[in-house]
Design a protein around this ligand. Sequence first.
Ligand code: TYM
Length: 329
Amino acid sequence: MEIVLSGIRPTGHLHLGNYFGALRNFTKMQHEHRCFFFIADLHALTTHPKSADFHDNVRNVLAEYLAAGLDPDVATIYVQSDVPEIAELYVLLNMLAYQGELERTASFKEKVRKQADNVNAGLLTYPVLMAADILIHRAGKVPVGKDQEQHLEMTRTFARRFNNLYGSEVFPEPAAFNFGGELIKIPGLDGSGKMGKSEGNGIFLIDDEKTVARKVMRAVTDSGPAHPHSEMSAPVRNIFTVLEVVASPDTVAHFRAQHDAGVIRYGDLKKQLAADIWRTIAPIHARIAEIKSDRDYLSRVTLHGAAKARESAQATLKEVKKAIGFKAF
Ligand code: TYM
């Protein structure tokens, strides 16, 4: 049985990118593997969220995880800060992470550009904390989107470095993966890059049918294929990328053929996309509000999750400390 670990920062509601990048097929996967799903609230602190919003954001992600079908009796669902062993491993791994490699990380360089007034040490060592999240349970598989690939590579480096330095085999080298095959990047429908919370282009699991339709109908396209076999423009390719994850292969093939023949009507394509997105998220959407309002249930889930996660984390930390040479008097 493989150990699988997936994490999401509580900076807003879950969108289609989170769902297909990090959660795809988890309802089945949680029964087939030992799965850990957590809310990376410590990571969220790197961007200084308002204290008044902080807890509510954690609650949103938790409710949306559960509404999406994660079963707390099967998988281990927890909040990162409820497991102090992660912070302890983070300190230990920081001794093995070098300034140069941290400064060269793509996500760090991007943050330096985006929040030049807040380049804190937590941003620099973000990949180390992420490695601690993964290695604390000795996870072998980590469902993530394409944007996290480099962080997984760094986790493997830190794991290998630890094992070599201390002559141990405490850590396996985890692989990034997506149950649908290749790692994916769900694009925004605004003709730009990826779908994201901060990009303002998200289609969220909490969006209702009308909102989904409105967002999809606004998607950027082009003036139509100039002639048969025209190459697809980037914004239209984005629409097809999203269609591919929500629609049947027949539907995708139908619209591809229409594009290829130069007769596609983007209005029809968008209507189909909106319908398929809504079909995907409707059952999740329907459960979110009720779960979010059940504070007793959320409290039980997090307490139970933290206990299970800490048990696993403590076992790893014990071996880590032994390998390093800590000894009791
Ligand atoms: P975060 O919170 O930005 O996103 C959570 C997960 O969703 C994926 N994702 C996407 N996948 C495909 N297309 C998109 N447009 C898209 N947008 C987001 C992300 O790749 C991610 O898998 N550092 C992580 C959180 C984290 C973590 C971990 C993940 C902390 N510790 C340990 C895995 C293991 C992050 O910021 O993801």
